[in-house]
Design a protein around this ligand. Sequence first.
Ligand code: SF4
Length: 349
Amino acid sequence: MEIYQLVQKICGGYHPGVDEVEKLLCAEGQDLDYIFKAADEINRFYNGNTVHIRGIIEFSNYCRASCAYCGLNAGNKELKRYRMEPDEIIEVAKKAYDAGYKTIVLQSGEDLWYSKEKISYIIREIKAIGGLAITLSVGERAYEDYRQWKEDGADRFLLKHETINPRLYKSLHPHSTLANRILCLKRLKTLGYQTGSGFMIGLPGQTTRDIAKDILFLNRLEVDMAGIGPFIPHQGTALRDAPAGSNEMTLKALAVTRLIVKTAHLPATTALRTLGGQGAESAFHVGANVIMLKLEPYKYRRLYEIYPKDFGEEQSIREERREMEEYLKSMGKEVARDKGDSLRLLERL
Ligand code: SF4
């Protein structure tokens, strides 16, 4: 089947198989332009011309896990570690609310210093500010923790599966299993979280077919959000000498995900922005509709380095948001004013 026909069928609701998704990911030239155009149209159908700006508080860089690609891995003894106090996190959330944010993402390494009770307190206090959706991104935790935090008012949870290839997953995550990651994702969905997952592009040993399977996994899981970004090597990891993932394949994966998992919120990931070039801007023309901005004080930002990045001049939360709004407008985009809840969920209401 020609790419044009395949894309038309998928837009009409057809569920492609892995061979077909791989074929889309291998497209070049006019075929690729057509895929990008179709992904942009689907995005506009569901999200209009808007982009959601989410605020992310990276509140701890302690982590018990040993992910081979991540600068925060427990084995990186060079890294100075930090933890924000619960009240410090809540203060940042208040400033973000005043600056116009509608969603706060609370992200950390897998740090059990933040007990179920501590995170419950943070959630309840942030919800008491009023008008803020909370996304948790704190990794694999006990079912009871997930349940309690949902009851406390957490709205969403991000837990990337990183790769659905079990062999590759095992080689990158010696501390954990793919089965447990999937179990956590299923529990989060059962508990009623708007659930996000995602994966990396260009992991050493990853094939295009693996990426096709990653996209189909997102679809099977019926994710509400998906983060897709390039692998970027970090000096404090075993993969320091591996080449970075490509911007082009990341954009292809983003576009094909938009074609298939039509309603998911898709960010132009920080990693894509870090690699530079037109990557981030292009992402908004091939299906992305979300961008995340860091909110924690700069003294912590420099220490939350999953992969190396540039932090630029220090600015206030309000200034950074205003600058991002200007940037999006300069691209012809509008800034969304609502919380940006799951479109699948809203469709069901
Ligand atoms: S990716 Fe997450 S869980 Fe893995 S080492 Fe980094 S912070 Fe920890």
